[in-house]
Design a protein around this ligand. Structure first.
Ligand SMILES: Nc1ncnc2c1ncn2[C@@H]1O[C@H](COP(=O)(O)OP(=O)(O)OP(=O)(O)O)[C@@H](O)[C@H]1O
Length: 304
């Protein structure tokens, strides 16, 4: 869903490193206030794309506008409006949380009140803790705060939750959802489907340096709605022809003791009606809903 004007416009981005084409042809726009995900497997070209858009790398061709400006030519003007948290960021081990924020705040003419940021991001108790003593999740919080201390309008977050345990990852997701409420536009690079599904308003699926699809998570998954899977166990042997004769059914298979029926349309109703009519009891019945994983596989023919 587009909420406002485009704050990022990328057209036909291309970038190679010597003989390796990292980004073949990437185009997308990001609207103000969106959380826009760039999702793809390792090596797909996500980081290179974001580094070009953030003005940290020079593309070989293509055009990029961030808040109407060129990230390289207008770097000085954009500096105060764009916050970046890069993959595998590091700080000196002994630098304390407050010192890092104090230092970063000094880079901006009109920084956020970083004492308040510390409170808002639940780091008051860690205020005087050195970077090297923070947990993975706390380090990520600090990096988000550092990306926000210049009061940016656009924030790039690259692989924010990679390396975090599931609980810390979920906590970080909660924090990013809070970012949404501040109205800041977020570009989130990730290779976690679940993360993209939960957080992003829209997503660009990237594979092998090119955009495969751009849509809302729901929109991407709904492309898969024509493909449903039902699993169940039966109380007695039965004639499979009963199921294959159903127009909605495309395939009937077995997985261990389970019957696995694939099909489309109102598959669940059609299958359960036939089973009931034939006095077959379906136990442990489960409908598998398509997710982003399935969408990615269907769109690229690959698994993450
Ligand atoms: N500085 C570089 N020099 C040469 N090749 C590079 C460089 N940086 C990236 N690459 C290659 O370009 C391709 C795209 O890399 P990129 O880091 O943009 O992908 P990614 O989708 O962010 O992957 P990951 O999730 O692993 O970070 C990869 O094949 C990578 O090996």
């Amino acid at each position: 869903m587009l909420r406002g004007m485009s704050v990022i416009e990328v057209s036909n981005l291309h970038k190679r490193y010597r003989d390796k084409i990292a980004v073949r042809d990437v185009s997308f726009t990001v609207a103000e206030g969106e959380i826009f995900g760039i999702l793809g497997p390792n090596g797909a070209g996500k980081t290179t794309t974001v580094e070009c858009v953030a003005g940290l790398r020079v593309p070989d061709s293509g055009t990029i506008r961030v808040l109407g400006k060129d990230p390289r030519r207008d770097a000085r003007q954009l500096h105060t409006q764009v916050g970046v948290q890069l993959q595998e960021s590091h700080l000196p081990e002994r630098l304390k949380v407050w010192e890092a924020l104090h230092l970063y705040a000094s880079f901006y003419p009109d920084p956020a009140d970083w004492e308040r940021l510390i409170d808002e991001w639940g780091m008051s108790e860690k205020r005087a803790t050195p970077y090297g003593k923070l947990s993975g999740g706390q380090k990520q919080r600090l990096f988000i705060m550092l990306a926000l201390v210049g009061r940016p309008r656009v924030v790039f977050l690259d692989e924010l939750t990679t390396g975090l345990d599931p609980q810390a990852r979920r906590e970080t997701w909660g924090l990013i959802e809070r970012l949404r409420q501040t109205g800041v536009t977020v570009v989130l690079v990730t290779h976690f489907m679940e993360e993209a599904e939960r957080l992003c308003d829209r997503l660009a699926l990237i594979d092998d340096g090119a955009v495969v699809a751009i849509d809302t998570p729901r929109g991407l998954v709904s492309r898969m709605d024509s493909h449903q899977v039902i699993r169940f166990r039966v109380n007695r042997p039965f004639d499979e022809g009963l199921l294959t004769a159903i127009p909605e059914v495309t395939e009937v298979a077995h997985d261990g003791g389970q019957v696995v029926v694939t099909g489309q349309g109102d598959l669940l109703y059609a299958v359960t009606a036939v089973l009931a009519r034939n006095q077959i009891v379906a136990a442990d019945l489960r409908v598998e809903q398509a997710n982003l994983d399935d969408a990615f596989v269907a769109l690229t023919g690959k698994r993450f």
